[in-house]
Design a protein around this ligand. Sequence first.
Ligand code: CP
Ligand code: NVA
Length: 307
Amino acid sequence: MQHFLSINQTTTDELQHLLNVAIELRRQRRTGDPHRTILAHKTLVMIFEKPSLRTRVSFEQAMIELGGHAMMLRSNEVGLGSRESADDVARVLSGMVHGIMARTFEHEKLEELAAAGTIPVINALSDRSHPCQALADLITMIDEFGRDITGRTIAFIGDGNNVARSLAMACGKLGLKFVLACPRGYEFDDDFLARLSASVPDADCRTTYDPADAVREADAIYTDTWVSMGQEDQTASRRADFADYQINDALLAAAPAHAIVLHCLPAYRNLEITDEVIDGTQSRIFPQAHNRLHAQKGLLAVLLAGL
Ligand code: CP
Ligand code: NVA
């Protein structure tokens, strides 16, 4: 595996391997095995065009725990595509460090970095996808339902956005069912649906406009912000359009009692999800956030050390 740009470009075997390594490293961490030499003397450059808490901290902490080093560069320091082309940035960094992770608006910048450089490039969220989040989501599903999560159903209530796309693709590749409940106009785009059916022709992925219908057979109910980074000028219209798509106690009542609740965070409390649900007994949202660390460790160990 050379890069981690999308779930689509990751095979099912690679995905399984990433999850296995992540879960094994977590087991070692919990039993006090320090595994601090896996990335000794390796440096990861992290470029952020958007804010971050989980992604930034989990990658930096992952590098520390694996014995390496992470270097954070803000977009105004790098000027990816403005001060300097992504192509030139990748060629320079390839001679100095061992990996690049980047959070961008345009997904194409990540593809440019990967094409021009000779070191692994990781997608830390783009407008198109958020594959690192999907890894942590799958680990959280495994934690709840056991190693074989085939046939489980995730109902995503909200925008057919970057987080939803990566999760739907991951569900397809691992044999989970995915239901998106969204208002009209916020469905998956045709390009994504074409990639999904090319990659996983028998993917069980459907869209409904009725949240109660989506959760009826759900094992997990997922949501994300209604307003992604970069869409702030649409806040008023999006809040109005998504008003009936909140995860609240009434929606949970329409789902099986065993269903868990997930959210990639940050959450806009009492908009896409209520306080009662985030802090309720069915929520696995904070363990899910913690799994970002373990997912990142697995990913870095595989990409930078060939584990
Ligand atoms: N879920 C997630 O990616 O969070 P951050 O934006 O804080 O990194
Ligand atoms: N869809 C959100 C995810 C944040 C982690 C965004 O892109 O802002």
